[in-house]
Design a protein around this ligand. Structure first.
Ligand SMILES: C[C@@]12CCC[C@@](C)(C(=O)O)[C@H]1C[C@@H](O)[C@@]13C[C@@H](CC[C@@H]21)[C@](C)(O)C3
Length: 524
């Protein structure tokens, strides 16, 4: 592709330097960087990385909490063709050592505060033969990040970088038993930024408090990257302490913030006393928790339930790829894909399921990641039939919207039919008397497995019989999916991550006989 038709994430920084010479790009404690200052620092860092042997496709690993330096590493990597992984700073030493072995970075930027001991243990596990250059970001001196950056020239390295190269790598949950790094390209981030900016009315005037973890896609999509893409301001915080966030929201006149419900409740309580002016802030996530103390966001995203999590996505499709912002809310709980994104609900043969029939949500387009780092077999399986297979179960509704039903990585087999517990649970939990449900399979010599539902009723619900649960399902999903037996319990067993504990349910109610590794979505 001709250079005149290639735009990278680094080009954004070059343009913002010229478009917004006075604009503030980043705030992090005492650090305030205008776009020209940010551009120069990322030039220096790019030159220093190049001098250290970092080139296209090489990796940089960040082992620390949120910092403006993650944005700098992204800017510098974008100018050199390298990729940056903000590591999960709460990793235990063995997990950190695994990530270093797996990601094989040329440079590791680490933090001593709070995680120095873990880093030391991980380094000890790796031994001294690991080739990475270690730079400490929360210190000064010869092995520090700042000294390294200062060693680079301020001029633009002007290297030719492929916008389809990986730039941001986020390690996702260990669904397949080990964490995998989802590689997001320049194009992924630019498409996500443009799309999210449209959904959320984000622009140059946006000031975003990035209080979400930078090892997770949420903080980037809502609304760090859209603000960055449009020359807005990113305010970075290392810790989520309400007493520290409250004055910052006012002083930086933040318009948006990535905050979880408990923090919102703390901020509201604190500000009743403090009386800070938060009139610039727009409440999106869990808006009611703000109790009217800040204006509710009026963007398409929030108006259509996005702030309450109505949408569908995953890191591997650069966040929420399906939302109510596109075409408005409808029958489905997730909405519709935006431009540059195609979605199909496919069966095991790669054929599209008819509306109303569940299958695997598959995605194509500029939001789909490059694949997992160092997972060629998994990538081949997950990109089969020319679509990214999310391993999530969904359904196209009659009005064209998508419903997200759960995961396909749990599946039952009854005769020749594949049954996804998530779909049956979703159906049962739609009954007003039901609080939650879990579906397991119990061995049946003739039919492989029978469907068994384990149901928890709402505390104030009237009596509900097993037959009524079965009839409820019969009226809503294909007959072969309905439970053959129903058990009522006071509470579902939960794992340490608070997921439904299916192993415990299998043990208690005689579950078993599940299909082998060839089940749909088994390759996640
Ligand atoms: C992070 C999102 C988007 C990506 C896919 C998800 C599944 C995930 O966890 O990976 C997802 C999780 C959602 O609860 C969330 C969290 C936050 C921001 C967007 C999404 C919001 C608006 O409250 C909804």
């Amino acid at each position: 592709m001709h250079p005149a038709r290639r735009l990278t994430f680094g080009d954004l920084v070059r343009e913002h330097r010229r478009s917004y010479p006075e604009g503030v790009a980043l705030v992090d404690g005492e650090v305030r960087l205008t776009w020209p200052q940010f551009d120069e620092r990322t030039n220096r860092l790019a030159h220093a990385l190049t001098a250290a042997g970092v080139g296209p496709g090489d990796r940089i690993l960040w082992l620390g909490q949120n910092s403006f330096r993650i944005w700098e590493l992204l800017g510098a990597a974008a100018k050199t063709g390298a990729m940056v992984c903000p590591g999960y700073w709460r990793w235990a030493a063995p997990e950190m050592a695994f990530a270093i072995e797996d990601f094989d970075p040329r440079v590791i930027v680490w933090q001593d505060e709070e995680i120095g001991d873990t880093v030391a243990k991980a380094r000890a596990e790796l031994g001294d033969d690991h080739r990475a250059l270690w730079l400490r970001h929360d210190a000064e001196g010869p092995d520090s990040y700042e000294s390294f950056l200062a060693s680079g020239a301020p001029e633009d390295p002007a290297l030719d970088v492929d916008p389809d190269a990986a730039l941001l790598v986020i390690y996702t949950a260990a669904i397949s038993g080990r964490q995998s790094g989802s590689m997001l390209s320049h194009r992924n981030l630019l498409a996500m930024g443009a799309s999210a900016a449209w959904m959320g009315d984000i622009g140059r005037e946006t000031a975003f408090l990035g209080a979400g973890p930078m090892f997770h896609i949420g903080n980037y999509q809502f609304w760090g990257v859209p603000a960055f893409v449009h020359g807005g301001k990113n305010v970075v915080v290392r810790r989520v302490v309400a007493e520290e966030l409250l004055p910052l929201l006012a002083e930086e006149r933040c318009t948006h913030a990535y905050l979880m419900p408990p923090t919102i409740a703390q901020l509201v309580a604190l500000n009743r006393e403090a009386g800070h002016d938060l009139s610039q802030l727009r409440a999106s996530v869990a808006a009611p928790l703000w109790q009217g103390t800040v204006p509710t966001d009026t963007s398409r995203f929030t108006r259509n339930g996005g702030g309450e999590g109505r949408g569908y996505g995953q890191t591997e499709v650069t966040g929420f790829a399906v939302t109510g912002a596109h075409g408005g809310s409808g029958l489905g709980n997730a909405g519709r894909p935006g431009p540059f994104t195609a979605v199909r609900v496919l069966d095991e043969q790669g054929e599209e399921c008819a509306p109303g029939t569940a299958g695997e949500i598959c995605v194509r387009g500029d939001l789909v990641h490059l694949g997992y780092w160092n997972r060629p077999e998994t990538n081949e399986h997950r990109f089969r039939f020319g679509w990214w297979h999310t391993t999530d179960l969904g359904r196209r509704e009659a009005d064209g919207t998508i419903s997200f039903l759960g995961t396909t990585t749990r599946m039952l087999k009854s005769a020749a039919e594949n049954i996804f517990p998530a779909e049956v649970e979703n159906c049962i939990e739609a009954h007003p008397a039901v609080k939650e449900a879990a579906v397991i399979g119990v061995p049946n010599e003739r039919w492989a497995q029978d469907v068994k539902a384990v149901v928890v009723l709402q505390p104030d619900a009237g009596p509900l019989t097993a037959e009524e649960v079965v009839e409820h399902c019969r009226a809503r999903i294909a007959s072969y999916k309905k439970p053959k037996t129903v058990e009522f319990v006071d509470a579902l067993p939960r794992t340490k991550d608070f997921a439904k504990d299916y192993a415990a349910l299998d043990e208690r109610f005689g579950g078993g006989g599940y299909p082998g590794g060839d089940q749909l979505g088994a390759g996640r």
